[in-house]
Design a protein around this ligand. Structure first.
Ligand code: PLP
Length: 453
């Protein structure tokens, strides 16, 4: 997939804007998104599915910023939500309630009532108890709730265990063996209208085969239901398509979509998909500044102003994010103040090694002689607070770094740990830069707190 973050004369740009200029205007840490990248990813999906009736429901949890939701809403997107809060965001961003599907194992009474009042497209029900609760609430409100059961197909998504959701031992969905009975029950309840079936087996999948295996199991069940006179209007095959962070080779959006269309060939249910990461992941970077360089006996540390509270994925899943120097021009030997030339530090690279850093397509004009291998860490008081291990870079105090592929589950998972206000977010559009979330202030962090008299 085309990148919207490229070097021009050794300066890293987001579309037509130098990231260094964004740092000056908005400070760091700062999330930077490319509007063109977001739009391009959505269009790839929509184009790939255009031969059949479909609805793309962007998974809000991957990046819930109002500007991003609004952009997708204007492109025609629906939304996959997992809380009442996400529904409120979708509506505030101009999203259509009748394009919203509501997933999640723990929907509360208040959330269900709110979603029914709003008139969402469908509840993706994940248990027998939830089905009962939904039926009771709908009946009390004099409404009819549209229902799809999230079926757990017991398929191995071959991804990180924390983001695998379609195995028997996972908390998600209705067991495959119990789904038929629950569908019969739902079909008989007057305040429920059975409209679909769905599955979502995990995130960051890098092969199509698990998607196909899950779809085939779902389809077998759909056919069983049809025999009993329960006809479905839609099939929701979830999200989960992976992106390239490092050297993964996930199928392209087009390849993935073609594989889905192939299994669905000859059927006429409307297809719903719930992509999150693949629409936003590579459309965003986290811009951060090197506060200190700290050489050590075993490792050199680059201490940056972004931390695990800003980007949790490395600490949570040991996830890899590429880290690029925003300015690739030569730097003076940054560690010369610390290192004794005669003891020539073991982690210092030789010039010849540094030369090999030039990428085949790279525009790098200056070969740097001062690359070192760094642990890129944040200021938080946890050893797990790192953004990258063992990265070769020629940097100095004050250098800017771009943590790549940070558009999904980055800002979304951020916290205020260590009383750190959350980062600003900006969206680049050609040569325009729009602030889409102001940097949080410390006052905002404790505004709701009260001392005891
Ligand atoms: C998280 C989630 C998604 C999106 O997953 P991605 O890997 O970001 O595409 C889709 N559907 C459900 C139910 C989810 O929980």
């Amino acid at each position: 997939m085309k990148s919207y973050f490229n070097y021009h004369r050794d300066q890293l740009f987001a579309e037509d804007v130098a990231l260094a200029d964004i740092a000056v205007r908005f400070g760091t840490p700062c999330y930077v998104y490319s509007r063109a990248a977001l739009t391009d990813a959505y269009h790839q999906f929509a184009d790939a599915l255009k031969t059949r009736e479909h609805l793309i429901c962007f998974a809000v949890k991957s990046n819930p910023n109002l500007a991003i939701l609004n952009l997708f809403a204007r492109l025609g997107s629906g939304f996959d939500i997992v809380s009442g809060g996400e529904l409120q965001r979708v509506l505030a961003a101009g999203g259509a309630a009748n394009k919203v599907v509501f997933s999640g194992v723990g929907k509360t009474e208040v959330e269900i009532q709110y979603a029914l009042e709003a008139g969402i497209l469908c509840f993706n029900v994940e248990s027998a108890s939830e089905l009962d609760r939904l039926s009771q609430i709908a009946s009390r409100m004099g409404e009819v709730a549209s229902v799809s059961l999230r079926v757990n197909p017991d398929v191995d998504a071959k991804t990180h265990p924390y983001i695998s959701t379609g195995l028997k031992q996972n908390k998600f969905g209705v067991a495959y063996t119990e789904a038929l009975a629950l569908y019969r029950k739902a079909a008989a309840l007057p305040h429920l209208h059975v409209t679909g079936m769905d599955c979502h087996i995990g995130s960051q999948l890098t092969e199509t085969s698990p998607f196909i295996a899950a779809a085939e199991k779902v389809l077998a069940l759909v056919e069983r239901l049809a025999l009993e006179g329960i006809k479905l209007e839609h099939l929701d095959l979830g999200g989960g398509l992976g992106i390239r962070y490092d050297d993964e080779t996930p199928p392209s959006i087009t390849e993935y979509a073609q594989a889905l269309l192939k299994v669905l060939h000859g059927r006429n249910e409307k297809l719903i998909v719930e992509p999150g990461r693949v629409l936003v992941g590579n459309a965003g970077v986290l811009l951060t500044k090197v506060e200190y360089l700290k050489p050590g006996e075993e490792k050199h540390f680059a201490i940056v102003d972004a931390a695990m509270n800003d980007l949790m994925r490395p600490a949570l899943y040991d996830a890899y994010h590429e880290i690029l120097e925003v300015d690739r021009r030569q730097v003076a030997n940054p560690l010369s103040n610390f290192l004794d030339e005669t003891t020539s530090h073991s982690t210092k690279l030789q010039n010849s090694a540094a030369k090999s850093l030039v990428t085949p397509e790279g525009e790098r004009t200056n070969v740097k002689g001062n690359s070192f291998i760094y642990e890129v860490v944040g200021p938080i008081c946890e050893t797990g607070d790192f953004l990258g291990h063992g990265r070769e870079m020629a940097i100095d105090q004050g250098s800017l770094l771009a943590v790549m592929s940070a558009g999904a589950y980055g800002m979304s998972m951020s916290s205020n740990y260590n009383s750190r206000p959350r980062a600003a977010e900006v969206m680049v559009d050609g040569s325009d830069v729009n602030l889409i979330r102001e940097r949080e202030t410390v006052q905002q962090l404790f505004a709701g707190e009260k001392m005891v008299v």
